[in-house]
Design a protein around this ligand. Structure first.
Ligand SMILES: NC(=O)c1ccc[n+]([C@@H]2O[C@H](COP(=O)([O-])OP(=O)(O)OC[C@H]3O[C@@H](n4cnc5c(N)ncnc54)[C@H](OP(=O)(O)O)[C@@H]3O)[C@@H](O)[C@H]2O)c1
Length: 261
């Protein structure tokens, strides 16, 4: 499969890294186009991809076109792509740009869908929220493409912003927690490098255990021995209403999606 990314920034690079992992079977042939040729070169170098000469060249060498520019830049990109797209599939990874807006900017029979990736795609551990839209026959192909770099969850667009707030924002939010765990360790006298290493290794192992078990409550029960240290930590967080704080964070992210374009 041939894939062309319009925009070669953070998420386009993460996708390319996921699709170019060594020994990956069925890896797509990838090309980048960016208003900044240096950005396209950097992404191509990191992923073994090609750099398209211009937008037309990119579209012509693609079966699937991925729009990976910032939400405010999507309209301009679609206006330029519309006359070139033909029967190729187009997926937008932009937050806050609804399918109706994408469709309105493209020919009426365009094959178009939305995907919300996250940066864990770079390691093949991405979570992809997928609204197939009008992809039609190309839906399976697009789903298989993203499944090469993680887990694809098909969902109704009305849940897209909430799902994005839970999955798409997770790497950044978790990174903040890891940073704060490290800082808490430092405050208790740990060497900063040791504290950071412990926090990162801790979250890595914990995520693997939770993913394997599939039931966060079971992991809590297995680790929070009554009267023990984990139980004390959880009680301290619950006294500050961590559940409500997380709900507020998800709400804020989902609401923000409505203001992005
Ligand atoms: N970053 C994430 O973790 C993440 C996760 C999920 C979804 N997304 C979505 O992915 C999209 C891109 O995010 P990002 O963080 O990767 O942004 P980014 O790093 O700013 O990358 C966007 C790139 O597109 C370039 N660009 C702008 N207009 C263009 C045009 N007309 N043609 C070709 N290239 C153009 C930008 O150049 P200039 O900088 O010169 O404008 C920039 O290099 C956003 O819509 C975001 O909602 C991001």
């Amino acid at each position: 499969m041939r894939v062309g990314c319009i925009g070669a920034g953070h998420i386009a690079r993460a996708l390319g890294q996921g699709w170019s992992r060594p020994a990956l079977e069925g890896a797509p042939a990838l090309a980048y186009h960016d208003v900044s040729p240096e950005a396209a070169e950097r992404a191509a170098e990191a992923t073994g991809a090609a750099v398209a000469g211009d937008l037309r060249d990119l579209v012509e060498r693609s079966d699937v076109v991925v729009v990976a520019v910032r939400p405010q830049q999507v309209a301009e990109v679609l206006a330029a792509v519309a006359p070139l797209l033909g029967r190729r599939a187009l997926v937008s990874v932009a937050a806050g740009v609804p399918l109706a807006e994408l469709r309105a900017a493209l020919p009426h029979d365009a094959r178009v869908g939305r995907i919300m990736p996250n940066v864990a795609a770079s390691l093949g551990l991405g979570t992809f929220l997928f609204v197939p839209g009008t992809l039609g026959e190309a839906e399976g192909e697009v789903e298989r493409l993203f499944a090469l770099a993680g887990d694809v969850v098909v969902l109704d667009e009305r849940h897209f912003d909430s799902a994005t707030a839970v999955a798409g924002c997770m790497p950044g939010i978790l990174a903040l927690l890891v940073r704060d765990f490290a800082r808490a360790g430092e405050r208790r006298g740990l060497d900063p490098d040791v504290a950071r290493r412990l926090a990162i290794a801790g979250v890595h192992g914990a995520a693997a255990v939770i993913a394997k078990d599939g039931d966060p409550d079971a992991v809590i029960a297995a680790t929070a021995t009554p009267g023990g240290m984990t139980a004390a930590a959880i009680t301290a967080l619950e006294e500050r209403d961590i559940t409500e704080a997380v709900a507020l964070a998800v709400h804020a992210a989902a609401e923000r999606a409505k203001e992005l374009t």
